[in-house]
Write a protein that binds this ligand. Structure first.
Ligand SMILES: C[S@@+](CC[C@H](N)C(=O)[O-])C[C@H]1O[C@@H](n2cnc3c(N)ncnc32)[C@H](O)[C@@H]1O
Length: 439
């Protein structure tokens, strides 16, 4: 940035409200300035004048300025004219190649939302190739036929699920779970065939299995609430010396399935482990140092964050709670300010892939309120449930293997919390759970 440009930026940024008799000529001259930032700021200031005679200037900029920021600001300036005579121009801009220009024109046209011609033109955009444009139109014209959830119920969950651990296939258990009953799900599914607790005939069968379960998780999740999925790419060792080992990018393969079923991608958190705690893949490379033979140690796991897709903003979710609960659920003091969470792995005598409690604690604190019902469909040793209990949330866990459910019992019996809890942990199989629901 040279000093002249710097001064100009400052000046243009500080212009504030412009008087009615403002002479726009000096600003217009700056529209030929070589700096796109200057041209952008000029358009921003010109827009404050709401002067319809500038429409040709804006149209010229949209058709010829090389900077997309300037073009977009010019489209916004046309909208800000709020003048019915600008409608035809905005209609034309709906065909622009830049989705941002189209969006600015939509915003401008929505001022005339009751006009028949505006409605017809905008409704055509519900099939626009750009997903954000489609969403805006669907939201503005209420074309989403999503089920309307009952606001009053948002903070509540069924008593029969509170602090229940169900032993059985999660696919069977989930059939018994009502729609929109869970506030948060955090889980780490089997790692395809990399560990000893599950076997799948093929990778496709494994993905189909997860897809079926996560569709159900979506159904039982409350409007706009979160689903955090911990997975990582895995390696299946080579069959023999003449074969390569095979790598499966599990999080990347599950991601498109989740989006298709109605989860919205929110964040990718990286769980980073100390290098010394993971399997060493470097031994060969350390010796030979040849390109292509490089194998980094896999010290990270993905914690992908999704939200059940809704038109409602996070604020709506928060507003469903009593102020007292919101206050008590606040995360005070230090917190993870980046998406890299450094957490040591935990090793368990019974289970080969347990969550560190620290990871569960963070997830629960960041993504739920006190009194919420949190769910882990692949509970293993039940770390997530233990964390929920410690943090005054209710848990609902499902786990197929009896030996792990026994481990959950053992883990929970060591916790002092549930002696003063109305919902003591209950251990049922799927049939017993069904009977409880029918009562
Ligand atoms: C990666 S482990 C989860 C470990 C857990 N996060 C913990 O902290 O202990 C996956 C678990 O899913 C369980 N599982 C596999 N298939 C299942 C199914 N169909 N229904 C319920 N649980 C299943 C396995 O027995 C295993 O304990």
């Amino acid at each position: 940035m040279n000093s002249t440009n710097g001064d100009l930026y400052k000046l243009l940024n500080k212009l504030g409200r412009l008087p009615e008799n403002f002479d726009e000529k000096p600003l217009l001259n700056l529209l030929n300035h070589q700096s796109a930032k200057v041209r952008f700021l000029v358009v921003k200031n010109l827009a404050k004048l709401s002067n319809f005679s500038l429409i040709e200037t804006y149209i010229n900029l949209i058709s010829s300025d090389e900077s997309s920021t300037v073009r977009r600001e010019a489209a916004s300036a046309i909208g800000r004219l709020r003048n019915p005579n600008a409608k035809q121009t905005m209609f034309k801009l709906l065909d622009d190649n830049d989705p941002e220009v189209v969006l600015q024109s939509i915003r401008g046209l929505l001022v005339f939302k009751k006009d028949e011609d505006v409605i017809n033109k905008l409704l055509k955009l519900k099939e626009h190739p750009n997903e954000i444009i489609q969403e805006v139109i669907k939201k503005e014209f209420k074309l989403n036929n999503d089920k309307i959830s009952n606001d009053e119920d948002h903070t509540k969950s069924p008593d029969f699920m509170k602090n229940a651990v169900i032993q059985g296939d999660v696919r069977e258990t989930l059939k018994l779970v009502p729609d929109e009953s869970v506030h948060l799900t955090f889980t780490s599914p089997p790692y395809y065939n990399a560990r000893d607790y599950s076997t799948y005939k093929s990778y496709q069968e494994y993905l189909d299995f997860l897809e079926e379960i996560f569709k159900e998780v979506h159904r039982v999740t409350k409007e706009g609430r979160f689903f955090l999925l911990n997975t990582s790419p895995i390696i299946i060792p080579r069959v023999g010396r003449q074969y390569s080992s095979k790598r499966y990018p599990i999080p990347y393969d599950i991601h498109p399935l989740l989006i298709k079923m109605g989860w919205e991608f929110i964040d990718d958190i990286v769980w980073a482990k100390p290098e010394a705690s993971v399997k060493n893949r470097n031994a060969g490379f350390l010796q030979h140092r040849k390109p292509l033979g490089y194998k980094p140690n896999a010290c990270s796991e993905c914690v992908m964050v999704y939200r059940k897709k809704t038109d409602k903003l996070i604020d709506w979710n928060i507003k469903q709670y009593d102020k007292k609960i919101v206050e008590e659920s606040k995360i005070n003091g230090d917190y993870e300010s980046s998406n890299i969470w450094n957490i040591d792995p935990t090793f368990d005598k019974t289970h080969s892939a347990v969550f560190p409690i620290e990871l569960c604690n963070k997830v629960i604190k960041f993504y739920s309120f006190k009194g919420d019902l949190v769910f882990d469909p692949f509970a293993g040793s039940g770390t997530f449930g233990k964390s929920a209990m410690n943090l005054n949330r209710f848990f609902f866990l499902t786990e197929q293997k009896k030996q792990y459910v026994d481990r959950i019992k053992e883990n929970m019996s060591q916790s002092k919390i549930f002696s003063d809890n109305n919902f003591k942990p209950r251990f049922l199989n799927t049939k017993e759970f069904e009977k409880v629901i029918k009562k």
